[in-house]
Design a protein around this ligand. Structure first.
Ligand SMILES: [Zn+2]
Length: 356
């Protein structure tokens, strides 16, 4: 039998990842170590983060002889990216920093991609794995799921800043982490039933990020510092898994399709990304025959929602989202391609898993 070799793909990884207490003071030296020739930096941030930590970040950058220009963004839409691109392109910055929550990092990543400039990710909340991956969620594009930009050349995670973020964001990060158990199962399914390329190393790396939360949530819930550090490291490592896979496959399966469908059905205001994904993981774990009760228990331990009501979703919206999910990305084979949802099956699934 002739075995064909898997298709080639490019692995683009972050070069330096700095994690620690108050490492924001190292931002300048880190940029210089990543790009010796850099002279000017565009920092894309949110207003609260700028007020809270802008000064220490700025003095570190200026201390490294970098000219800084700050840009405050309010949302992660394609309009914001376009406006920012128009504003920044004449400045010709050598380097772009995304400093803040998911929105700032996403807009900065997309802007850096359009400017073809290196990008440093400086997350101030551990809420999803986009902090180290090339994937971006922006509104106003024709795709309901994330799109690919460039991988951050570096990541700076200041655990002091991260621990000051609202606890809800960290809990959301746990939702995005437990998701990797169903995402990896979906990938295995696509390999077995569709002959899709499967990267064992990337799959194991993503799976480990979920496993640490599923196994350690009792310990993590009682130790805030350890919790923040563990979750941010696991999110970075999950993002790196998708860099290695060359696609979001190891990190995003049917539970992410469900989350996108909730946005489609009820609007993006219904819960955070990680909260929706966590609830989706409970249900997809049940379909995969995994221990969905442990997923639920872990999310509860970490303070993440496990029911539709907790994210302001009605029963009918959950049912609609489950029925809709797979059609948003038909090319991504998942458990929902195999077990096709109708209204009855969807309602039964949500009710057995206590989501409704
Ligand atoms: Zn995600």
């Amino acid at each position: 039998m002739v075995v064909s070799s898997p298709p080639s793909h490019l692995m683009e990884l972050p070069r330096k990842i700095l994690i620690g207490d108050r490492v924001i003071a190292e931002a300048g030296p880190l940029v210089k170590s990543l790009d010796m020739a850099a002279k000017s930096v565009a920092i894309i941030t949110g207003s609260i983060v700028k007020e809270r930590a802008g000064l220490s970040c700025n003095s570190s950058l200026e201390g490294a002889m970098l000219k800084t220009r700050w840009h405050v963004v309010r949302d992660a839409s394609m309009d914001t990216v376009n406006n920012l691109y128009e504003k920044i392109k004449d400045d010709k910055p050598d380097f772009v920093i995304g400093f803040g929550g998911g929105r700032s990092v996403d807009v900065a990543k997309m802007t850096a991609y359009r400017l073809s400039k290196p990008f440093l990710s400086v997350p101030t909340s551990a809420s999803h794995d986009g902090i180290s991956s090339p994937f971006v969620s922006v509104r106003g594009i024709d795709k309901p799921h994330s799109i690919k930009a460039n991988t951050p050349i570096g990541v700076l995670a200041d655990t002091h800043l991260l621990s000051q973020a609202p606890p809800r964001l960290l809990a959301g990060g746990c939702g995005d982490l437990v998701a990797k158990i169903t995402a990896v199962k979906d990938w295995e399914l696509a390999r077995d039933e569709r002959g899709e390329y499967f990267g064992t190393y990337a799959a194991n790396l993503a799976y480990m990020s979920a496993k640490i939360i599923l196994e350690e949530s009792e310990k993590l819930k009682n130790d805030e510092r350890l919790g923040v550090r563990t979750v941010v490291e696991a999110l970075i490592s999950a993002g790196v898994a998708s860099c290695i896979a060359g696609s979001s496959r190891p990190c995003s399966g049917a539970e992410h399709l469900f989350s996108h469908a909730v946005e489609y059905v009820a609007g993006a205001e219904c819960g955070l990304h990680g909260e929706r994904v966590g609830i989706g993981t409970i249900m997809m774990a049940k379909l995969h025959g995994l221990d969905w009760e442990n997923v639920r228990h872990t999310l509860e331990n970490m303070g993440a929602p496990t029911t539709a009501k907790q994210i302001g979703l009605g029963e009918d919206s959950i049912v609609q989202a489950l029925v809709k999910a797979q059609s948003l990305r038909p090319d991504r084979y998942t458990i929902l391609s195999k077990i096709k949802m109708d209204k009855k099956k969807a309602r039964d699934l949500a009710s057995i898993t206590k989501v409704i």
